[in-house]
Design a protein around this ligand. Structure first.
Ligand code: ADP
Ligand code: MG
Length: 236
């Protein structure tokens, strides 16, 4: 990274501890890189939702977050933004391999998340890929080696982990579990456990769901370290 970027990163990191959610009105009030702020602006995102404010500020500090907020409250950007920022601040490059793994229950959701990364991450230099089945395994295998950010459905990614001992997650920094409640409703509990077993324990985990069921809390216990709970009930 250039000296200017290193200077920017240092200044951002200094602000992580002092920024207060209550003082955040716009995305630009959160310590975010120019690249991310530009990506947001280009897509006309100016004002963070409640779950975004809370989760982003905590996740930037490196904490594990369990975010619960209803469908449509903007949970995607609540993890897309910190994933981009964390990798940017680590000065992650394409050569560093897989830095973030995003698990979501369906192909459609995976596509939507991929699109959000593509749009909001447009100024960044990370590679993102989808592992959702429906394409041949060889194609996906090659992708695995080249991606910094991987968006996948549970069964498919565990399949790759099981069949390919060289599937290299050893550098993984961030695990995101999106729609954790739906993952569990769809019977992915064992699959989720299997995936988590394959990941390095020293990582950040961000877990999002629309509801806080007992099984979501069980999954959280399994995958999160001293999580901060963010629960948003927005009034109409
Ligand atoms: P959830 O995952 O909580 O169901 P999504 O992340 O899919 O919600 O977001 C729902 C919709 O709200 C999407 O169309 C998204 O583009 C839009 N959205 C998310 N965050 C913002 C924001 N800060 N400002 C404007 N629109 C937003
Ligand atoms: Mg969602």
């Amino acid at each position: 990274a250039s000296a200017i970027e290193q200077h920017e990163i240092k200044n951002l990191q200094i602000r992580y501890t002092s920024v207060e959610t209550s003082a955040v009105l716009k995305f630009k009030d959160i310590p975010l890189s120019k690249k991310t702020l530009q990506g947001l602006q280009q897509n006309e995102y100016t004002t963070p939702t409640e779950v975004q404010k809370e989760s982003i500020v905590l996740a930037l500090r490196g904490l594990d977050v369990l975010g619960a907020a209803k469908t449509g409250s903007g949970k995607t950007l609540a993890f897309v933004i910190p994933v981009l920022e964390r990798l940017y601040c680590m000065q992650w490059t394409r050569l560093d391999g897989l830095g973030a793994l995003i698990i979501t229950p369906t192909r459609e959701l995976a596509y939507q998340i991929f699109e959000t990364f593509r749009k909001v991450g447009i100024q960044h230099d990370f590679s993102a890929g989808l592992i959702i089945g429906g394409k041949d395994l060889n194609f996906e295998r090659k992708r695995l080696d080249q991606c910094n950010i991987m968006i996948c459905t549970p069964g498919r990614v565990l399949h790759h982990m099981d069949e390919n001992p060289l599937f290299d997650c050893s550098n993984l920094q961030i695990l995101v579990i999106d729609e954790a409640d739906r993952c569990l409703d769809l019977g992915f509990q064992q699959t989720m456990n299997g995936i988590i077993e394959n990941l390095p324990p020293k990582r950040q985990t961000l877990l999002f769901s629309a509801t806080q069921t007992k099984s979501v809390k069980d999954l959280a216990r399994l995958s999160l370290k001293d999580p901060v709970y963010v629960s948003v009930h927005e009034n109409a």
